[in-house]
Design a protein around this ligand. Structure first.
Ligand code: SF4
Length: 388
């Protein structure tokens, strides 16, 4: 099941991992998991950044928001959300009680630098210092950050629409401060684009009213630690080595504002570089007449691109751009979760263990989200959906 595809498309991304023996073991585990899933009505949703075996196993592959929407619409009794914990939590908050949602390991293992790097106390203080200030929070954030966004009458955004959401927030609240979080690289690029959008519509903007969250916290730098490493130098080297390739850049990358400036100044020719969300990269690769692409994002997406479009060439700007949190998912853990019914995300009511919203209860069986947090978080997501 795995050997042909993994040895053909994944060898440079995961050197030595997909031996024949390893692939046979993965195939046996996949068979058992598919049988268990058939028996209890489970489906597997996997993020592009997981290892190739999950791409092969999954009923649906996607980015975090696409998978959450799929979970909401498919109404399966049980969903295994194979990504990082906050993504499964988002799916649970928008699906409510219609589906049971499980993840293969705890939120500590399936973490995210954007979640661990968010200083909630700082945000609470920002709200006190900026009465009426509005938060625009990227969907890649924890439930409590999403709830704080709702308390500020703010909005959730995705990497596809953050510019439009910022523009909407500024246009409808002209003299209020807008705080964009938790990814500073995405924030910088999207602020620039939002100002361009507004100015195109004749709306003059005071850039100081749009603040980008940039607080180092817990050893992280207000960004995705994987995309942070895709900096200016790695892009320049890759472009020099592959001058004929089209460039696809995720806006979370450390190089994104530099590349945007290069495009605006004409140093990168028009039509050569594109700033795209994960799903948009797939769509662009399908639609583009180009045959060769440089891809600046987590290396897991390269496998998805290569398997979907085997006649095109996809070169990672860095083959080492792997997210250790995403790679914390393994077949062994998923199998255990399936066999033992463990690690379910639940929405709890008046739970005495969840009085502190910063530390809701979790153990190796359940991960709680207090209902009041889930409801507020969902409100800020729903608000985004009314705009774009
Ligand atoms: S790739 Fe970055 S944003 Fe995505 S889960 Fe990993 S650390 Fe978080």
């Amino acid at each position: 099941m795995f050997y042909d595809s993994c040895s053909r498309f994944a060898e440079d991304l995961y050197p030595g991992r997909y031996s024949f023996a390893k692939c046979r073991e993965l195939t046996e585990q996949a068979d058992e998991m598919q049988n268990l899933a058939k028996e209890n009505g489970s489906i597997f949703l996997a993020h592009y950044y997981t290892t190739p075996e999950f791409h092969e196993l999954a009923d649906k592959l996607g980015d975090s928001w696409a998978l959450s929407q799929y979970a909401r619409d498919i109404k399966a009794p049980r969903v295994y959300f194979i990504a990082v914990a906050f993504m499964g939590q988002t799916a649970k908050m928008i699906t409510g009680d219609q589906s049971r949602i499980f993840i293969p390991d705890t939120p500590k293992v399936l973490g995210c630098s954007l979640v661990f790097g968010t200083d909630h106390i700082w945000i609470q203080n920002w709200r006190k210092d900026n009465p009426g200030g509005i938060i625009v929070a990227y969907i890649n954030s924890d439930p409590y950050t999403k709830a704080l966004t709702s308390y500020s009458n703010g909005y959730i955004s995705t990497s596809r629409n953050t510019d439009k959401i910022i523009a909407h927030a500024v246009k409808n609240n002209p003299s209020r401060k807008v705080l964009v979080l938790p990814d500073k690289f995405l924030g910088i690029v999207m602020k620039k684009r939002a100002i361009q959008l507004l100015e195109k519509n004749g709306i003059k903007v005071n850039p100081d009213l749009i603040e980008i969250y940039d607080q180092p916290f817990n050893g992280y730098n207000a960004c995705c630690y994987v995309h942070e490493k895709l900096g200016n130098d790695s892009i320049l080297v890759a472009m020099t080595e592959h001058p004929d390739a089209e460039l696809m850049i995720h806006p979370e990358c450390g190089c994104s504002s530099f590349c945007l400036m290069q495009v605006e100044e004409g140093n990168i020719p028009h039509g050569k570089a594109f700033f795209l969300s994960t799903e948009q990269m797939i769509q662009r690769a399908i639609a583009s007449p180009a045959k060769k692409f440089l891809v600046a994002t987590e290396a897991g997406l390269i496998y998805a691109l290569r398997t979907r479009l085997p006649d095109k060439t996809f070169i990672p700007v860095s083959a080492n751009a792997h997210c250790d949190f995403m790679k914390g998912n393994t077949f062994e853990k998923l199998l255990r979760s399936l066999r033992e019914d463990r690690l379910e995300i639940v929405i709890c009511d008046n739970c005495p263990k969840c009085l502190d919203p910063l530390n809701p209860y979790e153990d190796d069986q359940v991960i709680h989200i207090p209902r009041r947090i889930a409801q507020s978080a969902k409100e800020s997501i729903d608000k985004m959906l009314t705009i774009v």
